[in-house]
Structure formats: C-alpha cells, structure tokens
Design a protein around this ligand. Structure first.
Ligand code: SDX
Length: 428
C-alpha cells in the first residue's frame, strides 16, 4: 500500500503522507494541505470521511460489527467485567489490578457528596423539565462548587477532576429523576458498589427498606458498559472540541450531554420506545411504519435503526437484544413492545430499502425495553446513556488534553454575497 497520496490541481501535483493505524486503517494526513496548495481546503458535511484525531481508546469496524475498548472486545467486557473496571480501562488504558480498582473506588467514594446548594439550582426547574436539560445544567453548575477542577493540566490534577465527576454525576442523574417524582434527594450509600449505589439513589423510597435486586443491577451494569465509549461519535466529538479550547472537563461534559440529547443520537433510545408505543396503539401495524420510514416525503425515521459507522449489526444491539429477553424472563415481565420491536426488525432486515442502505438495529433499538423493565421512566433513558458514556467522554477528553491537540476550528467554503457597499436606510 502506498505511503503517499498525490493530489493534482490545475496540473500541479501535491503529495500527502498516508498514515496507518494499528488496525490498518488508512488516513491521508492533510495537515499541510492549505499551505501547500495556497489555500485549498476540503469540505465534508457531517465529517463522514474525515478523521478528527488519532486515538488509542476505542476501535470500531463498521463492516464487521467489531467494537473494542483498549483492545478488549465488547462481548468479553459485557460478560466478564464490571462498569467501574471498564471505566478505569477506558480512562487509563489498562484493566486495573485489584489494588488499583480498590483505590479508584475509594477515591470516587470520597467525592460522592454534592454541595447542598446544588439543590437550590435543581429547585429552580419545573418538574416537567427534560432530565437531559437538567443534567447538562447541573453538570455545568458543578463547576462553581469545584473551581479547582477547571484548570487541570497535570495528570494528577486531571485525576482529581475525573474522580469528582465520576462520583457526583450519578448523584445528579438520580436527582433529575427524583425531582420529577417529587421524591427527597438521596445521597446513596458508600458501602455499595458504583452501579448498586446508582440504582439505590434512583429508586430508594423514604418510607420503606430498599432491597437490591441482583438481576436488575447486573443488567444495569451491562448496559452501562455497552454505552461506555464509541470513538468519535457526535457527543464525544463535542466533548473533545469544547475541551480543546481548554474549557474544563465539567464544561466539556455538559456540552456532550446536550449533544447526546438529540433524537438522532442518544435521544433515539427514548424515541424508539415512543415509536414502538405508537405502533402498538396503532394496532401493531408495523408495515405502515416501515412504509413511512421509506417514504422520502415523510420525515418519520425508523428510530433505533441505522448508523454512521456500522453497516452491519451493531454488536451492542445483539447483546442488548439477548439481555432484554433474559431480563424480562428473569423478572417475569411480558412486554408486548418487545414483540413489536422484534417484528419490526424482522421485516426491516428483509426489506430492500434497509438492506440496500445497510440499515441495522443500533444500540438504541432494544435498550429502552430493558430500561422500562427496570422501572426507569422513558424520559430518563438518555440520562442512562449519559451515565454509561461518562467514562468514554472522560477518556477521550483526557487523551485530547494529554496529546496537547490544537483547538478545534474547522474551515468552510463561503457561498454568501461578494463585497457590497453599505446603503443608508433611505436608499434601501
Ligand atoms: C447513536 O455515532 C455513534 O457512534 C452513535 C452511537 C454511539 O454509541 O455514540 O452509536 C449512538 O447515536 C446510535 C444512532 C441512534 N439514532 C437513531 O437510531 C436515529 C435513526 N437513525 C438515523 O437517523 C441515521 O441512521 C443516523 C443518524 C444514525 C445515521 O445517519 P447518517 O450516517 O447521516 O446516514 P444518512 O442520514 O445519510 O442516511 C443514509 C440513507 C438515507 O437515505 P437516502 O438519502 O440514501 O435515500 O439511509 C436513510 C436516509 O434517509 N436512513 C434511514 C434511517 N437511517 C438512515 N431511513 C429510515 N430510517 C432510518 N432510521
């Protein structure tokens, strides 16, 4: 394979190095393009063909449906690891030893208190506020109570900010749910594991003993692992570009939460359940909705289907589909919406429109069915996605800062008016 790419413009030839990653991905390094060509740039809306960085964190192969965190397969991690281990792996690059994991857990627990005045900010929101908007705001507000977490340049300073947000984020996420249910705000219990404590903060009732359910906590742990990172997706790229201006970690994460909220991205898990409920209410007529999804004049999309990278099954969707069947079975839950989802997928996967465009179920297609079985309200589904993606965002932000990446500032091709002289209002 050539190591050089040659570009020819008006008879002039320009050579650019081709870089190869450890999984043999090739990228044309165009860092010198504008200088060499006197100002020619590239244009690539949605960055479908453009790499923003070199990264050692997550590898995806969209054609083969492969997903690995730091070289470990998502299948093995989902089966054998727990979420805190995976968070450590993503952020620091290696699976932790028992001692490292113990210290990580201890350092996080020491930071699990959230300033009581944060409750006053939460109080300002109406109960109807969408939890993603509340969570993004609270994450940004956290900066005011942790000013030392903003200018973090050394690895040690970054570690301090990282354990703070890993500790406080689940508290804020639980608060966003309890606010909607008019429940007292819970601080959880440091004697519990990370995921068990999250579940207790979300569901503990003030007037009854809290009983942990292993099936539920194991399912939640697996879901958080499956959502933990996904290379340069929309929200992660947002975290990176905000962080590239040297805004602090919390500010970068707050921006990432807002990006994840969109229904084309993490917000799809809520949109999938709303779509499946609509199909159920409409008599389960999946053919009608498949037709709507294919109709170019209809804005309806089959939510939970399609992916920018996966042109084969999203490996996470496979795992979540199996887990959904197990969890519902173990909990003795019959959810007709699961059958509708399976029916919809069966039809779509045989339909030429979806086959030709290589549209398969993605991570969001089945996840809401498990969240629902775990008693999580639909409007909280994308918060659950954010809880899982937190260590991935942190890992990507840390890598970008440690590699001293330049501030993100894309170029453009201007298509507006050429120069024109100002006209006084009397002349317009
Ligand atoms: C996530 O990037 C990541 O890694 C994201 C994520 C992560 O872990 O961070 O994996 C999480 O965001 C998963 C995706 C969740 N979103 C949805 O499920 C929403 C529904 N899906 C689509 O909107 C769409 O598939 C995207 C946004 C996911 C991907 O869009 P692309 O890559 O920009 O593709 P496109 O919109 O250009 O679509 C290509 C063609 C178009 O048809 P033509 O113009 O070629 O005729 O496929 C069609 C689209 O109309 N198409 C769909 C469709 N998705 C794409 N048609 C109907 N239903 C769909 N869901």
């Amino acid at each position: 394979m050539s190591k050089i790419a040659t570009l020819e413009i008006d008879g002039n030839k320009y050579e650019f190095p081709i870089i190869k990653g450890t999984e043999n991905e090739l990228g044309i390094d165009i860092k010198a393009l504008r200088g060499a060509t006197g100002g020619v740039t590239t244009i690539d809306p949605g960055y479908k063909n453009t790499g923003s960085c070199e990264s050692a964190i997550t590898f995806l192969d969209g054609e083969k449906g492969i997903l690995r965190y730091r070289g470990y397969s998502i299948e093995e991690l989902a089966e054998k690891a727990d979420f805190l281990e995976v968070a450590y792996l993503l952020i620091f690059g290696e699976l932790p030893t028992a001692a490292q994991l113990e210290k990580f857990d201890k350092d996080i627990k020491e930071e699990s208190h959230v300033d009581e005045d944060m409750k006053k900010i939460l109080d300002g929101f109406p109960k109807s506020a969408h939890p993603m908007g509340v969570l993004s705001s609270l994450t940004s507000a956290l900066i005011a109570f942790n000013p030392g977490s903003v200018d973090v340049d050394s690895e040690e300073e970054m570690y301090g900010a990282i354990v703070k947000i890993l500790a406080k984020f689940p508290v804020l996420a639980a608060w966003t749910m309890r606010k909607r249910k008019s429940l007292p705000l819970d601080y959880g219990d440091n004697s519990l594991g990370y995921v068990e404590n999250l579940h207790k903060m979300m569901f503990a009732r003030p007037n009854q003993a809290y009983e942990a359910n292993k099936i539920v906590n194991d399912a939640l742990d697996k879901l958080l692992i499956l959502h933990a990172d996904h290379e340069q997706n929309c929200s992660t790229s947002t975290v990176r570009i905000v962080g590239s201006s040297h805004a602090g970690l919390f500010a970068s994460l707050s921006a990432g939460i807002s990006a994840l909220w969109g229904p084309l991205h993490g917000g799809a898990n809520q949109a999938v359940i709303e779509m499946l409920e609509a199909i159920k209410a409409d008599g389960g007529d999946t053919a009608k909705y498949i037709a709507k999804a294919k109709d170019k004049n209809d804005p309806f999309r089959l939510m939970g289907f399609g992916h920018r990278v996966y042109k084969n099954f999203d490996p996470r969707a496979k795992i979540i589909k199996k887990s959904a069947e197990e969890v519902l079975g173990d909990l003795g839950i019959e959810d007709p919406v699961l059958d509708i989802a399976k029916g919809l997928a069966d039809v779509a996967l045989k339909d030429e429109y979806f086959v030709q465009r290589k549209l398969y179920p993605n991570v969001d297609f089945y996840s809401g069915i498990i969240y629902r079985a775990l008693g999580i309200p639909t409007e909280m589904f994308t918060v659950m996605f954010a809880l899982g993606r937190l260590p991935g965002w942190i890992a990507q932000w840390r890598e970008m800062r440690l590699r001293k990446e330049p501030i993100g500032r894309p170029r453009q091709i201007y298509i507006g008016e050429n120069y024109r002289a100002f006209k006084a209002v009397s002349e317009r």
